[in-house]
Design a protein around this ligand. Structure first.
Ligand code: ADP
Ligand code: ZN
Length: 436
């Protein structure tokens, strides 16, 4: 068997746009029948006056109402199930970063299909049997760990289920096993950089890493660049959410120009978050996804709240599954200061392009005498001399100036020593809004 094949699943990955559409239509119509079996969709569609018999083609997708996170909460835990409970083999519960938890159930076929998507993702970036894959994200209810784990084993990688945290052990494993590929959330990739620096480890020289998968939280191109340079790896962006299985929804190919969405598994829409109407091709809006290859718990027109756009044009890699741009953030991450709309990622872009800036930052919003104040707290690198007031003031001025040119308002900047800001176990908390 040739191990040098170009695609993990050539038949599906190289479908033409027309073939993708035909496959989507088949699967969509099948999914509508399944969804009708679930308490939630039956109730929602009856209320909206929809008879599933009237859904005749993919162009009827837009007749169906959206599904929201709130719906998942209201029908927690079993209200979306389309199969008897004895067919289920797994449940994941969303970490609930923004509120009450939601549950997603999987049948055996769902787990297998998810693993297949993940294997495609990793294969597409050059992962091959013989690679040692250290999975440095949380296992358990969070989908990131097990999602990658099953895909990596299917692909044939030697999989190290190290989980998140415990940097000392992570490093030891990397050295002992000769880890070549890691999966890690961006904020931990930055934090682990500090750990390696403190311990005098130069990854390019002392380790064997060549690929890093970063996802699960928003991050900027500047963070990608830093991680690539420091570790000597190629960083590939990985996008997913528990409601859509977890990771494996969209992933970068070796060209690193946007993430291919697997359109044999998901129908993609990008809508105006206010009106729910589709935005013109290529414009930024809210990503809306429909599962068309899931049997336990299909979701129809799920509002992800993630903001992105479809990238125009075709990808030189030969896959016609369309690409989305880096996620800007969730629509609810945006904050308003002095009438200006800001995403945390804009602040990150500016900060991470400044070499004296370290690996962590956060944004604090306050209201003093009815005036909003934005404070950006920034860790400096250990290469700058903290006792030198003049140097610090110069750096502060530089950060302030560059933030102002990006954001058009002038935030207060506070410099903090390396490791001076609080760190979270899981996803980073970038915004502290004390105004409410
Ligand atoms: P929770 O909703 O509790 O955080 P999830 O693990 O389901 O739990 O989080 C999914 C969310 O994480 C996505 O909706 C998106 O906002 C964010 N996310 C995942 N991957 C990326 C990525 N590559 N870039 C930016 N944001 C991402
Ligand atoms: Zn591609």
């Amino acid at each position: 068997m040739s191990r040098d094949k170009e695609f993990w699943n050539e038949e599906v990955e190289t479908l033409s746009p027309g073939e993708i559409e035909a496959l989507q239509e088949d699967r969509f119509l099948r999914m509508v029948k399944q969804a009708w079996e679930s308490p939630f969709y039956r109730q929602q569609w009856i209320r909206a006056g929809i008879d599933p018999e009237d859904i005749k083609g993919i162009e009827d997708l837009r007749k169906l109402p959206f599904t929201t996170k709130q719906d998942l909460r209201d029908f927690y835990p079993h209200g979306f199930l389309c199969v008897p409970k004895d067919r289920l083999v797994r449940v994941h519960i969303s970490s609930g970063t923004t509120g009450q938890a939601t549950a997603v159930f999987y049948t055996r076929a769902d787990i297998a299909a998810w693993a297949e998507l993940m294997a495609r993702c990793m294969y597409m970036t050059g992962a091959r049997p013989g690679d040692v894959f250290q999975n440095m994200t949380g296992y358990g209810l969070f989908t990131g760990g097990l999602g990658f784990h099953y895909g990596a084993e299917l692909l044939g990688l030697l999989t190290v289920p190290s989980g998140a945290g415990n940097s000392k052990r992570q490093l030891q494993l990397m050295k002992d096993l000769g880890t070549t590929i890691i999966h890690i959330i961006p904020s931990y990739a930055l934090r682990f950089m500090d750990y390696l620096n403190e311990n005098g480890v130069e990854p390019r020289k002392d380790l064997n890493l060549r690929i890093a998968y970063l996802g699960a939280e928003p991050y900027s191109e500047e963070v990608r660049r830093r991680v690539e340079e420091f570790y000597g790896v190629k960083v590939y962006n990985s996008y997913g959410l528990s409601e859509m299985n977890g990771p494996g929804v969209a992933f970068e190919c070796s060209y690193q120009k946007g993430m291919h969405i697997w359109e044999d598994a998901y129908i993609v829409e990008v809508v105006d978050p206010e009106t729910g109407e589709p935005v013109p091709e290529g414009e930024i809006g809210e990503l809306v996804l429909t599962t068309i290859n899931r049997e336990g718990m299909p979701l129809v027109r799920y509002r992800t709240r993630d903001l992105t756009r479809i990238l125009p044009g075709s990808c030189p890699c030969g896959r016609n599954h369309r690409r989305i741009d880096r996620i800007q953030g969730r629509s609810d991450d945006m904050f308003i200061v002095k009438g200006v709309n800001i995403f945390p990622i804009q602040v990150e872009q500016v900060l991470m392009a400044i070499p004296e800036v370290g690996t962590n930052y956060r944004i604090v919003l306050k209201r003093e005498k009815n005036v909003d104040e934005m404070i950006v707290q920034v860790e400096v690198t250990d290469r700058i001399f903290i006792e030198d007031m003049r140097e610090l003031n110069r750096l502060k001025g530089k950060i302030q100036h560059e933030l102002k040119s990006e954001l058009l308002i002038t935030p207060l900047v506070e410099l903090v020593e390396p490791n001076g800001l609080p760190r979270e176990e899981g996803k980073a908390v970038r915004l502290i809004d004390l105004r409410k």
